[in-house]
Design a protein around this ligand. Sequence first.
Ligand SMILES: [Zn+2]
Ligand SMILES: [Zn+2]
Length: 424
Amino acid sequence: MKITFYGGAGEVGRTCMLLENNGRNVMLDCGIKLGEKTEYPAVDDVKKVQAVTISHAHLDHSGFLPHIYAAGARPKIFATKPTRDLMGILLSDYYRIGVLRGEQKFSSKNVDQVLKDCKILEYDQEAVNGFRIRFYPAGHIMGSAITAVNNIVFSGDICMRKTRVLDPCRRNLEAETLIVESTYGGKNDILPGYRESFGKMVEIINETLDKGGHVIIPSFAVGRAQEVLLALDDYMRSGALRPTKIFMEGMIGKSMKIYRHNAIYANDDIKRRILMSEDDPFKSANFHRSRSKTKEDVLKEPSIIVTTSGMLSGGPVMFYLEKLGSDPKNTLIFVGYQAEGTLGKKVIDGQKKIRIGDREIELKLRIESIRISGHADFNELLQFIRSFKGLKKIFLMHGEKTDLAEYLEEYQVIIPKNLESYDI
Ligand SMILES: [Zn+2]
Ligand SMILES: [Zn+2]
């Protein structure tokens, strides 16, 4: 079997690999890298792709699919049901943004084709398509999967902790070769516990509201937003967080609906709350959507605004930074990973002047970063890797820097580069 890395090696974004064996092939993820300029995986001939497995709906794992359809490929796509549903909103939004920027490279019909061609593969079931393909829960976002192809396992993005919404990823799997994400592969990448992180977040929000300020929480529409919203709702119900309107902006409302439709994939706490009582956490009365184009309902009194995009690369968060960014009463709280080169990363690193359209804004609001990632941290990655049975070879990818190899001397560890191929 041969593996080629077309994207996602040494970087967070455009995850895309191809497995080939005896004239058959299957692509593992098919993502893009969003930044100031969109980057694509460097696949030479997309028409040869026979099948694609999608680990989860985030665009850095699924966004290249409509492009390969536009180029004439018609592969069989394997995804869990929530991944298919969430791709529906993320790919449509990606199409819309491309049209707005005047740089669209595929049509809305290509998006429809992708969704139509998706074969739903449930966790722990097997599909045979020249390869034996299985998905296991990955704990990262709803429907996210660890992908097994024969005796090769690709972690996708994994979370080892039980979160508000999801169970942790599956462990103790069997594999000879593991391709594993390493977003937090640096030895100092140790994340605090959720309780500690959310405790700090509640404190910061209360301080801001007491001063009459607004709180802006930039977030990915799918995954972090639901974790943050459900946590804020719980803290508000318990009285720890002052009663305030929580606004969902961008596509966050839509993805909440899809989370609700697929609640069977959530952890037991959520299922129990929905099934056994009238207490539906996805439909809390604390959640609001703006009814005004100029957003005066959001801006008129202190509020919490959970909004896309998570790395400040567009979306309604830019509007709110323009309106609220230069008032020191307000607070901006980052809750997710900020990739190199993004505005979010620059702001976290101290950049105060930002350009929005043709205006320059000086950021005077309080800026905080709370680490509630949907990814395994350094120690958890080691635990995850060491839990495998029969493991010999490891490829470390989906990360910008990694110290993991030093700690994994009992295995053959490879840190591949894009466009490299290996026999496995
Ligand atoms: Zn992801
Ligand atoms: Zn990812």
